[in-house]
Ligand binder design. Sequence first.
Ligand code: BJW
Length: 229
Amino acid sequence: MAFRPSSIVILTGAGISAESGVATFRDKGGIWSRVRIEDVATPQAFARDPDRVHDFYNERRAGLDSVAPNAAHLALARLEQEFTGDFLLVTQNIDDLHERAGSRKLIHMHGELAKALCLHCGQRNAWRDEMDTLTPCPTCSMGGGMRPDVVWFGEMPYEMDRISNRLQAADLFVSIGTSGTVYPAAGFVEEARSAGALTVELNLEPSAGHSHFHRSETGTASMLVPAFV
Ligand code: BJW
């Protein structure tokens, strides 16, 4: 008899956007081979040299204008529309390609490039322009507190309670295009599996946690994801 899930959680990582032209982190030539995590992706780096961190994110934010969703993003948006059970897409990516493909039931657990967070008033605002240390907050007008609304190492990823609840209830968990090296996302497969979900990985190569998956398929996201959906 065919397996008919009633609650699906999908986790995506940088690999799903690679064929759209967005750089991954840990592949050959990836972002972490060009810049050091300690220089751009920790709260300490931002405190030490905010201009350096702003430059890094300004460049990546500007890059969003020249990329578009690929067949894998579009297939997940179609799955969300056509699936009648509970559906949640959790992405580690800070690009907006899932939204541009049509996904709506989506959590950006590592934040969003197209949002700014004010450290003075705590307000999040949509943000497409450059940002620097003097940029005033559109809400409280204070300067010196604006930062990209992204989750750096040592910071708590967003909406962990909601994600955990959905992992506990899921009967299908699918991980797409992630190396499985960054926690807590890397632990989702074990959480879903121990709660009874069928777990599937779709990635260019077996991830660090591939042995935790019931099924692991290797190939490009643009080939594997539409076929899987
Ligand atoms: C394809 C493909 C194609 C290619 N088709 N596939 C020891 C010391 C210090 C900290 C820790 C520690 N041990 C654990 C930690 C915690 C730490 C962590 O996990 N560190 C590890 C590195 C060890 N985690 C954290 O700090 C997190 N917070 C946390 O744990 O909070 C708890 C807490 C906080 C405070 C108090 C108490 C508790 C936060 C993690 C934040 C991660 N942030 C980043 C940057 C975000 C902003 C930005 O983008 O700049 O998020 S790092 C970076 O890695 C980014 C990504 O979302 C994340 C995951 O990367 P991803 O998506 O997997 O990309 P890659 O490049 O690694 O993999 C791509 C994959 O795709 C590859 O496998 C390819 O093969 C594949 N691929 N092309 C299909 N076409």
